[in-house]
Design a protein around this ligand. Sequence first.
Ligand SMILES: Cc1cc2nc3c(=O)[nH]c(=O)nc-3n(C[C@H](O)[C@H](O)[C@H](O)COP(=O)(O)OP(=O)(O)OC[C@H]3O[C@@H](n4cnc5c(N)ncnc54)[C@H](O)[C@@H]3O)c2cc1C
Length: 334
Amino acid sequence: MKKISLRPYNSFGVDAYAKDFVSVESEKEIVEFLEKNKSKSLLILGGGTNILFKKDVDYPVLKIDIKGIEIINEDDNEVLISVGAGENWNELVWWCIENDFGGIENLVSIPGNVGSAPIQNIGAYGKEISEVIENCRGVFRDNCSLKIFKNEECNFSYRSSIFKEDLKNKFIITNVTLRLTKKNHKINSEYYSLKNDLEENGIKNPTIKRIAQSVSNIRKEKLPDYEKIGNAGSFFKNPIIDKFKLKKIKSLYPDIISYNIGKSNYKIPAGWLIEKCGFKDIKQKKVSVYEKQALVIINLGDAKGIDIYAFSQKIKETVREKFDILLEEEVNII
Ligand SMILES: Cc1cc2nc3c(=O)[nH]c(=O)nc-3n(C[C@H](O)[C@H](O)[C@H](O)COP(=O)(O)OP(=O)(O)OC[C@H]3O[C@@H](n4cnc5c(N)ncnc54)[C@H](O)[C@@H]3O)c2cc1C
Protein backbone atom coordinates (compact mmCIF):
# COMPACT_ATOMS: atom_id res chain seq x y z
CA MET A 1 0.00 0.00 0.00
CA LYS A 2 1.29 3.47 -0.84
CA LYS A 3 0.29 7.12 -0.64
CA ILE A 4 -1.59 7.91 -3.79
CA SER A 5 -3.16 10.87 -5.56
CA LEU A 6 -6.94 10.62 -5.66
CA ARG A 7 -7.26 12.97 -8.64
CA PRO A 8 -7.98 10.12 -11.12
CA TYR A 9 -10.49 8.66 -8.68
CA ASN A 10 -12.92 11.55 -8.29
CA SER A 11 -15.11 13.17 -10.94
CA PHE A 12 -14.51 16.68 -9.55
CA GLY A 13 -10.89 16.12 -10.58
CA VAL A 14 -9.55 17.65 -7.36
CA ASP A 15 -6.22 16.68 -5.94
CA ALA A 16 -6.15 14.97 -2.58
CA TYR A 17 -3.87 12.29 -1.24
CA ALA A 18 -4.78 9.03 0.43
CA LYS A 19 -2.48 7.61 3.05
CA ASP A 20 -3.12 4.08 1.80
CA PHE A 21 -5.02 2.85 -1.21
CA VAL A 22 -6.02 -0.71 -1.90
CA SER A 23 -8.17 -2.22 -4.61
CA VAL A 24 -10.16 -5.36 -3.79
CA GLU A 25 -11.61 -7.79 -6.33
CA SER A 26 -13.53 -10.21 -4.10
CA GLU A 27 -15.37 -10.48 -0.80
CA LYS A 28 -12.49 -12.61 0.47
CA GLU A 29 -10.03 -9.77 -0.18
CA ILE A 30 -12.33 -7.36 1.65
CA VAL A 31 -12.47 -9.61 4.70
CA GLU A 32 -8.67 -10.06 4.67
CA PHE A 33 -8.24 -6.29 4.45
CA LEU A 34 -10.71 -5.64 7.29
CA GLU A 35 -9.08 -8.19 9.55
CA LYS A 36 -5.72 -6.47 9.10
CA ASN A 37 -7.13 -2.97 9.53
CA LYS A 38 -9.48 -3.39 12.45
CA SER A 39 -10.72 -0.17 14.08
CA LYS A 40 -9.09 2.03 11.46
CA SER A 41 -11.13 4.71 9.70
CA LEU A 42 -11.77 3.77 6.11
CA LEU A 43 -13.11 5.30 2.93
CA ILE A 44 -15.05 2.93 0.70
CA LEU A 45 -14.68 4.06 -2.90
CA GLY A 46 -16.54 3.18 -6.08
CA GLY A 47 -16.20 5.35 -9.17
CA GLY A 48 -15.74 8.55 -7.13
CA THR A 49 -18.54 10.39 -8.98
CA ASN A 50 -20.48 11.37 -5.88
CA ILE A 51 -17.65 12.47 -3.63
CA LEU A 52 -15.91 15.74 -2.86
CA PHE A 53 -12.50 15.53 -1.20
CA LYS A 54 -12.17 18.63 0.98
CA LYS A 55 -8.80 17.50 2.26
CA ASP A 56 -6.34 14.60 2.15
CA VAL A 57 -7.57 11.28 3.43
CA ASP A 58 -5.28 10.24 6.26
CA TYR A 59 -6.68 6.73 6.44
CA PRO A 60 -6.95 3.91 3.90
CA VAL A 61 -9.12 4.09 0.81
CA LEU A 62 -10.65 0.76 -0.16
CA LYS A 63 -11.58 0.69 -3.83
CA ILE A 64 -14.25 -1.89 -4.61
CA ASP A 65 -13.38 -3.56 -7.93
CA ILE A 66 -15.45 -6.75 -7.72
CA LYS A 67 -16.52 -7.72 -11.24
CA GLY A 68 -19.00 -10.13 -12.75
CA ILE A 69 -22.50 -10.23 -14.21
CA GLU A 70 -24.41 -13.47 -13.79
CA ILE A 71 -27.95 -14.59 -14.60
CA ILE A 72 -29.01 -16.46 -11.48
CA ASN A 73 -32.62 -17.25 -12.30
CA GLU A 74 -35.12 -16.63 -15.05
CA ASP A 75 -38.49 -17.62 -16.40
CA ASP A 76 -40.40 -16.48 -19.48
CA ASN A 77 -41.18 -13.08 -17.97
CA GLU A 78 -38.36 -12.08 -15.66
CA VAL A 79 -34.66 -12.48 -15.04
CA LEU A 80 -32.58 -12.11 -11.89
CA ILE A 81 -29.08 -10.83 -12.48
CA SER A 82 -26.37 -10.69 -9.89
CA VAL A 83 -23.74 -8.00 -10.46
CA GLY A 84 -20.38 -7.33 -8.80
CA ALA A 85 -20.18 -3.98 -7.01
CA GLY A 86 -17.22 -2.87 -9.13
CA GLU A 87 -19.00 -3.16 -12.49
CA ASN A 88 -19.62 0.13 -14.26
CA TRP A 89 -23.28 1.11 -13.99
CA ASN A 90 -23.72 2.53 -17.49
CA GLU A 91 -22.06 -0.49 -19.11
CA LEU A 92 -24.46 -2.72 -17.18
CA VAL A 93 -27.44 -0.71 -18.47
CA TRP A 94 -26.30 -1.21 -22.09
CA TRP A 95 -25.59 -4.89 -21.49
CA CYS A 96 -29.18 -5.27 -20.24
CA ILE A 97 -30.56 -3.41 -23.23
CA GLU A 98 -28.59 -5.60 -25.66
CA ASN A 99 -30.11 -8.63 -23.91
CA ASP A 100 -33.57 -7.01 -23.95
CA PHE A 101 -33.79 -6.96 -20.14
CA GLY A 102 -36.01 -4.04 -19.08
CA GLY A 103 -36.16 -1.90 -15.96
CA ILE A 104 -33.05 0.26 -15.85
CA GLU A 105 -33.11 1.93 -19.29
CA ASN A 106 -34.13 5.32 -17.82
CA LEU A 107 -31.02 5.20 -15.61
CA VAL A 108 -28.60 5.10 -18.53
CA SER A 109 -25.52 7.36 -18.47
CA ILE A 110 -25.46 7.76 -14.69
CA PRO A 111 -21.77 7.56 -13.86
CA GLY A 112 -20.33 5.36 -11.14
CA ASN A 113 -20.37 1.75 -10.11
CA VAL A 114 -23.08 -0.81 -9.44
CA GLY A 115 -22.21 -1.15 -5.74
CA SER A 116 -22.77 2.55 -5.12
CA ALA A 117 -26.05 2.75 -7.02
CA PRO A 118 -28.25 1.53 -4.10
CA ILE A 119 -26.49 3.83 -1.60
CA GLN A 120 -28.27 6.96 -2.76
CA ASN A 121 -30.98 5.03 -4.65
CA ILE A 122 -29.90 6.51 -7.97
CA GLY A 123 -32.73 7.96 -9.94
CA ALA A 124 -33.42 9.83 -13.15
CA TYR A 125 -36.12 10.36 -15.76
CA GLY A 126 -38.92 8.96 -13.64
CA LYS A 127 -37.19 5.82 -12.31
CA GLU A 128 -35.20 4.81 -9.24
CA ILE A 129 -33.00 1.76 -8.87
CA SER A 130 -35.03 0.69 -5.81
CA GLU A 131 -37.81 -0.36 -8.23
CA VAL A 132 -35.67 -3.22 -9.58
CA ILE A 133 -33.41 -4.18 -6.69
CA GLU A 134 -34.01 -7.69 -5.41
CA ASN A 135 -31.27 -7.53 -2.79
CA CYS A 136 -27.88 -6.09 -1.86
CA ARG A 137 -25.17 -8.32 -0.47
CA GLY A 138 -22.15 -7.19 1.50
CA VAL A 139 -19.85 -7.30 4.50
CA PHE A 140 -20.12 -5.54 7.87
CA ARG A 141 -16.93 -3.68 8.64
CA ASP A 142 -16.91 -4.32 12.40
CA ASN A 143 -17.14 -8.13 12.44
CA CYS A 144 -16.72 -9.13 8.77
CA SER A 145 -20.07 -10.92 8.76
CA LEU A 146 -21.97 -11.25 5.49
CA LYS A 147 -25.56 -10.14 5.02
CA ILE A 148 -28.02 -10.02 2.18
CA PHE A 149 -30.43 -7.07 2.53
CA LYS A 150 -33.74 -7.74 0.82
CA ASN A 151 -35.25 -4.76 -0.97
CA GLU A 152 -37.65 -3.95 1.87
CA GLU A 153 -34.77 -3.94 4.37
CA CYS A 154 -32.85 -1.30 2.41
CA ASN A 155 -35.17 1.58 3.53
CA PHE A 156 -35.03 3.18 0.11
CA SER A 157 -36.25 6.76 -0.22
CA TYR A 158 -35.47 9.75 -2.43
CA ARG A 159 -31.66 9.71 -2.91
CA SER A 160 -31.20 7.66 0.22
CA SER A 161 -31.19 4.20 1.78
CA ILE A 162 -30.11 2.44 4.95
CA PHE A 163 -26.59 2.36 3.44
CA LYS A 164 -26.44 6.17 3.31
CA GLU A 165 -28.00 6.62 6.77
CA ASP A 166 -27.69 4.09 9.63
CA LEU A 167 -25.09 1.94 7.84
CA LYS A 168 -23.03 4.73 6.29
CA ASN A 169 -19.42 3.53 6.23
CA LYS A 170 -20.38 0.44 8.23
CA PHE A 171 -21.41 -1.96 5.48
CA ILE A 172 -19.54 -2.67 2.23
CA ILE A 173 -21.79 -3.65 -0.67
CA THR A 174 -20.17 -6.39 -2.73
CA ASN A 175 -22.98 -7.49 -5.00
CA VAL A 176 -26.38 -6.26 -6.19
CA THR A 177 -29.17 -8.46 -7.57
CA LEU A 178 -31.68 -6.90 -9.96
CA ARG A 179 -35.06 -8.23 -11.07
CA LEU A 180 -35.66 -7.22 -14.68
CA THR A 181 -38.33 -7.92 -17.28
CA LYS A 182 -37.82 -10.10 -20.35
CA LYS A 183 -41.10 -9.12 -21.98
CA ASN A 184 -43.98 -6.68 -21.43
CA HIS A 185 -41.41 -4.10 -20.34
CA LYS A 186 -42.85 -1.38 -18.12
CA ILE A 187 -41.94 1.55 -20.32
CA ASN A 188 -41.82 4.84 -18.43
CA SER A 189 -41.71 7.79 -20.81
CA GLU A 190 -43.70 10.25 -18.73
CA TYR A 191 -40.80 12.43 -17.66
CA TYR A 192 -41.27 15.81 -19.31
CA SER A 193 -38.12 16.09 -21.45
CA LEU A 194 -38.16 12.40 -22.38
CA LYS A 195 -41.77 12.60 -23.50
CA ASN A 196 -40.96 15.68 -25.60
CA ASP A 197 -37.99 14.02 -27.24
CA LEU A 198 -40.03 10.97 -28.21
CA GLU A 199 -42.89 13.11 -29.51
CA GLU A 200 -40.54 15.27 -31.54
CA ASN A 201 -39.14 12.13 -33.14
CA GLY A 202 -42.62 10.72 -33.81
CA ILE A 203 -42.14 7.67 -31.56
CA LYS A 204 -45.36 6.41 -30.00
CA ASN A 205 -44.32 3.01 -28.61
CA PRO A 206 -40.67 3.25 -27.62
CA THR A 207 -38.56 0.17 -26.97
CA ILE A 208 -36.25 0.09 -23.96
CA LYS A 209 -33.36 0.75 -26.35
CA ARG A 210 -35.06 3.85 -27.70
CA ILE A 211 -35.73 5.11 -24.15
CA ALA A 212 -32.05 4.69 -23.32
CA GLN A 213 -30.98 6.45 -26.52
CA SER A 214 -33.29 9.39 -25.83
CA VAL A 215 -32.25 9.72 -22.19
CA SER A 216 -28.60 9.44 -23.16
CA ASN A 217 -28.99 12.22 -25.78
CA ILE A 218 -30.89 14.50 -23.39
CA ARG A 219 -28.26 13.99 -20.68
CA LYS A 220 -25.43 14.82 -23.11
CA GLU A 221 -27.20 18.09 -23.92
CA LYS A 222 -27.89 19.03 -20.30
CA LEU A 223 -24.97 17.85 -18.22
CA PRO A 224 -21.23 18.46 -18.46
CA ASP A 225 -18.96 15.51 -19.22
CA TYR A 226 -16.98 15.13 -16.01
CA GLU A 227 -13.94 13.93 -17.93
CA LYS A 228 -13.73 17.42 -19.42
CA ILE A 229 -15.34 19.59 -16.72
CA GLY A 230 -15.05 18.26 -13.17
CA ASN A 231 -18.38 17.81 -11.40
CA ALA A 232 -20.40 15.30 -9.39
CA GLY A 233 -23.84 15.80 -10.95
CA SER A 234 -26.46 17.38 -8.70
CA PHE A 235 -24.68 18.83 -5.70
CA PHE A 236 -27.83 19.18 -3.56
CA LYS A 237 -31.04 17.21 -3.23
CA ASN A 238 -34.27 18.79 -4.41
CA PRO A 239 -35.88 20.13 -1.22
CA ILE A 240 -39.31 19.10 -0.02
CA ILE A 241 -41.50 21.88 1.36
CA ASP A 242 -45.06 22.12 2.66
CA LYS A 243 -47.96 23.87 0.96
CA PHE A 244 -47.66 27.01 3.10
CA LYS A 245 -44.07 27.61 2.14
CA LEU A 246 -44.87 26.83 -1.50
CA LYS A 247 -47.70 29.36 -1.44
CA LYS A 248 -45.38 32.02 -0.01
CA ILE A 249 -42.73 31.41 -2.69
CA LYS A 250 -45.39 31.28 -5.43
CA SER A 251 -46.73 34.69 -4.43
CA LEU A 252 -43.31 36.16 -5.26
CA TYR A 253 -42.30 33.79 -8.06
CA PRO A 254 -45.38 32.41 -9.86
CA ASP A 255 -43.12 30.51 -12.30
CA ILE A 256 -41.82 28.05 -9.69
CA ILE A 257 -42.24 24.40 -10.69
CA SER A 258 -43.41 21.99 -7.96
CA TYR A 259 -44.33 18.31 -7.78
CA ASN A 260 -46.83 17.08 -5.25
CA ILE A 261 -45.33 14.07 -3.51
CA GLY A 262 -48.27 13.17 -1.33
CA LYS A 263 -50.15 14.81 1.53
CA SER A 264 -49.38 18.51 1.34
CA ASN A 265 -45.69 18.17 0.56
CA TYR A 266 -44.02 19.40 -2.61
CA LYS A 267 -40.63 18.75 -4.17
CA ILE A 268 -39.14 21.83 -5.80
CA PRO A 269 -36.05 22.03 -8.02
CA ALA A 270 -32.93 23.04 -6.08
CA GLY A 271 -31.43 24.21 -9.38
CA TRP A 272 -34.24 26.75 -9.77
CA LEU A 273 -33.64 28.15 -6.27
CA ILE A 274 -29.91 28.45 -6.98
CA GLU A 275 -30.55 30.14 -10.30
CA LYS A 276 -32.96 32.63 -8.68
CA CYS A 277 -30.17 33.52 -6.25
CA GLY A 278 -28.14 34.68 -9.24
CA PHE A 279 -25.44 32.01 -9.18
CA LYS A 280 -25.51 31.48 -12.94
CA ASP A 281 -24.23 35.05 -13.32
CA ILE A 282 -21.42 34.74 -10.83
CA LYS A 283 -18.22 34.29 -12.81
CA GLN A 284 -15.29 33.00 -10.83
CA LYS A 285 -11.95 31.60 -11.86
CA LYS A 286 -12.06 28.25 -10.17
CA VAL A 287 -15.61 27.21 -9.37
CA SER A 288 -19.06 28.02 -10.67
CA VAL A 289 -22.42 26.46 -11.40
CA TYR A 290 -22.94 24.90 -14.83
CA GLU A 291 -24.50 27.32 -17.32
CA LYS A 292 -27.25 24.87 -18.33
CA GLN A 293 -28.04 23.52 -14.86
CA ALA A 294 -27.37 25.53 -11.70
CA LEU A 295 -27.58 22.42 -9.51
CA VAL A 296 -24.29 21.18 -10.93
CA ILE A 297 -21.20 22.77 -9.40
CA ILE A 298 -18.21 22.63 -11.73
CA ASN A 299 -14.46 22.75 -11.34
CA LEU A 300 -13.28 25.33 -13.87
CA GLY A 301 -9.72 24.14 -13.75
CA ASP A 302 -7.51 24.00 -10.77
CA ALA A 303 -10.02 24.28 -7.94
CA LYS A 304 -9.15 22.57 -4.69
CA GLY A 305 -11.80 20.55 -2.91
CA ILE A 306 -12.00 23.24 -0.26
CA ASP A 307 -12.75 25.92 -2.93
CA ILE A 308 -15.65 23.82 -4.23
CA TYR A 309 -16.88 23.19 -0.72
CA ALA A 310 -16.73 26.91 0.19
CA PHE A 311 -18.69 27.78 -2.96
CA SER A 312 -21.31 25.14 -2.15
CA GLN A 313 -21.73 26.59 1.34
CA LYS A 314 -22.14 30.08 -0.12
CA ILE A 315 -24.95 28.71 -2.29
CA LYS A 316 -26.53 27.04 0.72
CA GLU A 317 -26.40 30.21 2.81
CA THR A 318 -27.80 32.41 0.03
CA VAL A 319 -30.71 30.03 -0.65
CA ARG A 320 -31.48 29.94 3.07
CA GLU A 321 -31.45 33.71 3.36
CA LYS A 322 -33.59 34.26 0.27
CA PHE A 323 -36.07 31.39 0.55
CA ASP A 324 -35.73 30.13 4.12
CA ILE A 325 -34.95 26.66 2.73
CA LEU A 326 -32.00 24.61 3.90
CA LEU A 327 -30.49 22.64 1.02
CA GLU A 328 -29.05 19.24 1.81
CA GLU A 329 -25.95 17.95 0.05
CA GLU A 330 -26.41 14.95 -2.25
CA VAL A 331 -22.64 14.68 -2.73
CA ASN A 332 -20.62 12.93 -0.01
CA ILE A 333 -18.17 15.42 1.52
CA ILE A 334 -14.97 13.85 2.79
C1 LIG B 1 -22.29 14.00 -14.47
C2 LIG B 1 -22.96 13.26 -13.34
C3 LIG B 1 -24.31 12.97 -13.43
C4 LIG B 1 -24.96 12.29 -12.39
N1 LIG B 1 -26.28 12.01 -12.52
C5 LIG B 1 -26.94 11.35 -11.54
C6 LIG B 1 -28.33 11.05 -11.68
O1 LIG B 1 -28.96 11.34 -12.69
N2 LIG B 1 -28.93 10.39 -10.65
C7 LIG B 1 -28.26 10.02 -9.52
O2 LIG B 1 -28.89 9.42 -8.63
N3 LIG B 1 -26.94 10.28 -9.38
C8 LIG B 1 -26.27 10.94 -10.35
N4 LIG B 1 -24.94 11.23 -10.21
C9 LIG B 1 -24.24 10.86 -8.97
C10 LIG B 1 -23.46 9.52 -9.06
O3 LIG B 1 -23.28 9.15 -10.38
C11 LIG B 1 -24.18 8.39 -8.34
O4 LIG B 1 -24.40 8.74 -7.00
C12 LIG B 1 -23.38 7.09 -8.36
O5 LIG B 1 -24.16 6.02 -7.87
C13 LIG B 1 -22.08 7.18 -7.59
O6 LIG B 1 -21.35 6.02 -7.86
P1 LIG B 1 -19.80 5.93 -7.55
O7 LIG B 1 -19.40 4.51 -7.76
O8 LIG B 1 -19.05 6.93 -8.32
O9 LIG B 1 -19.81 6.26 -6.00
P2 LIG B 1 -18.66 6.97 -5.08
O10 LIG B 1 -18.64 8.41 -5.45
O11 LIG B 1 -17.39 6.21 -5.27
O12 LIG B 1 -19.24 6.73 -3.67
C14 LIG B 1 -20.45 7.33 -3.25
C15 LIG B 1 -20.72 6.96 -1.79
O13 LIG B 1 -20.96 5.57 -1.67
C16 LIG B 1 -20.00 4.94 -0.82
N5 LIG B 1 -19.69 3.66 -1.48
C17 LIG B 1 -19.20 3.49 -2.73
N6 LIG B 1 -19.14 2.18 -3.02
C18 LIG B 1 -19.60 1.50 -1.94
C19 LIG B 1 -19.79 0.11 -1.63
N7 LIG B 1 -19.49 -0.85 -2.51
N8 LIG B 1 -20.28 -0.20 -0.39
C20 LIG B 1 -20.59 0.77 0.50
N9 LIG B 1 -20.43 2.08 0.27
C21 LIG B 1 -19.93 2.45 -0.93
C22 LIG B 1 -18.83 5.88 -0.75
O14 LIG B 1 -18.13 5.74 0.47
C23 LIG B 1 -19.55 7.23 -0.86
O15 LIG B 1 -20.06 7.61 0.40
C24 LIG B 1 -24.24 11.90 -11.24
C25 LIG B 1 -22.87 12.18 -11.17
C26 LIG B 1 -22.23 12.85 -12.20
C27 LIG B 1 -20.76 13.13 -12.12
